[in-house]
Design a protein around this ligand. Sequence first.
Ligand code: ZN
Length: 282
Amino acid sequence: MRLFRSVCLLLCVAALPACATRAPGLSGAAVPVADAPRSEAETLAFAASSDDERSLFPLSHSFLPARRSSLAGRTLSVASIEDIDLADGEVVITFDDGPMPEKTPKILDALAEAGVGATFLMVGQMASAHPEIARQVAAGGHTVGTHTERHPNLRTMSFEAALAEIRRGEASVAKALGEPPAPFFRFPYLADTKALRARLATEAMVPLDVDIDSKDYFRDAPDTVMARTLGVLQAKRKGIILFHDIQARTAALLPDFLKELDRLGFKVVDLKPADEVRLASR
Ligand SMILES: [Zn+2]
């Protein structure tokens, strides 16, 4: 399975067409994730990835054992969306749009201090721009999935162009990591389509949906974001939480947020690709 995924990814990269679509831009500013894409005038702040996409993919993926802290919960082996079957009091912490200097490392420090793992859905161009931080995330034992190459709204694109965006994002993150990312994907702006979801399912790719949106892209104070997120969480009692590791306010609030989760008795669950968990448990 693992070999199959790696080979598939390699084949996809080999077949990667030149991306002819335009990028609406990243969601780095105060743009609601579920909103329409940003204007084309808002351009990326960094260069596109290099075109050397061949010398990739050692067929291994690091796996660290379950974390030991009062806040750390189960490690879920995930082969499909149904495997993310959270119990009352269980949360998954996810970060989109990075990696980004200063902010992502601060977030890694807070997670390490609390002894919990998270899932990072990286934008391909961000990983290409900051490969050392991408590797730092993986070295911290966190799960790295993908979030397209340039963060477009895939609903505005043809099926083939959308698929190419997803593939290119995977290739860039793989190149930055030096190994394939987890087959976990988040739709930019949470803008999915039935056709793309069906296609991803045939490839054992798992779309990570969101139960609790921190809305950390709004220009609120860190305390406001934290109170809002905890409020929704306490009402829902479990779920996948969405943060963005490109936001300074998120890096600022995370230590207190994690302490509060612990005080309230929540458990932070790790998501790992099913084949990786099987390999690690042999
Ligand atoms: Zn995003």
